[in-house]
Design a protein around this ligand. Structure first.
Ligand code: B12
Length: 211
């Protein structure tokens, strides 16, 4: 798989060539999740170029748009859609954070493997997560966040779930580039993940643990 080539092409905004290469990779049987990972690496290159002053905010926005556009072409093939639901998940980017590219990819993959996902969008206040959990009876909550201040949004959301008396019946995973075990402990989540494959594994584990 030509992962690094794909990452560089995305970072250089070579849209046509990127799409062509993805088409070839899919035809050759490459796992769509591996292609998504290569595209995510491309976003990391964009981020580095931003940090050293080679790219500016418009390039960040452009890269985000390009990533979204390209990843849409991967969605139907990410996994074949299941007919029966594996379970219900409430998902969103926490209050104070507007990053949604990784969240959308993760949601699309979870839907692809058969979960019913209620995506509340970005900058979601804690009480909105609680309301949706109550409405749907979902047993899994997924919180996404990319900026450091999102830790507090995650913590506040989990505290709101506790306050609503739902914590015993809802398993909570957090994710986004910066989350790790330390953040999991700080926020009070049950698990953390850094890519859609982690999300699938975590949800499977949660299902085994839920009463
Ligand atoms: C594109 C981008 C933007 C775009 C966002 C467009 C959009 N619609 O999302 C724009 C330009 C709008 C933006 C804005 C800002 N950004 Co920005 N952005 C990025 C960038 C370059 C890429 C993020 C991305 O989309 N990656 C690609 C996706 C596919 O990867 P991902 O998000 O990591 O998601 C994957 C996994 O994390 C995981 N995942 C995601 N969610 C979940 C959830 C669960 C439960 C699980 C299991 C897994 C999971 O699966 C995903 C798929 O593989 C990052 C750099 C970086 N290193 O991440 C900075 C970055 C996140 N931004 C940063 C900052 C500072 C900002 C701003 C504050 C800038 C400003 N001064 O205004 C604002 C944020 C305002 C706000 N309140 O939120 C910093 C954060 C630093 C920090 N530690 O806080 C970063 C790290 C850049 C940097 N190096 O400085 N940004």
């Amino acid at each position: 798989m030509v992962g690094s080539q794909l990452s560089k092409m995305l970072a250089d905004f070579e849209e046509e060539a990127t799409l062509r290469l993805i088409k070839d990779e899919l035809a050759a049987g490459t796992d769509p999740l591996a292609i998504l990972e290569a595209l995510r690496e491309g976003m990391m290159i964009v981020s580095k170029r931003f940090e050293i002053g080679e790219y500016f905010l418009p390039e960040l926005i452009m890269a985000g748009e390009l990533f979204k556009e390209i990843s849409v072409t991967l969605r139907p093939t990410s996994h074949s859609k299941q007919t029966t639901s594996k379970g219900t998940i409430v998902f969103g980017t926490v209050q104070g954070d507007i990053h949604d590219i990784g969240k959308e990819v993760t949601v699309a993959v979870l839907e692809g493997v058969g979960y019913e996902v209620h995506d509340l969008g970005v900058n979601v206040p804690p009480e909105q997560f609680v309301k949706k959990l109550q409405e749907t009876g979902a047993r899994i909550l997924g919180l996404s966040g990319l900026i450091t201040s999102a830790y507090d949004g995650m913590k506040a959301t989990i505290e709101a779930v506790v306050k609503a008396g739902l914590r015993d019946r809802v398993k909570i995973m957090i994710g986004g580039g910066i989350t790790d075990e330390k953040v999991r402990v700080y926020t009070g989540a049950d698990a953390f993940g850094n890519n859609p494959s982690d999300a699938i594994k975590i949800c499977e584990k949660f299902k085994g643990e839920l009463p």
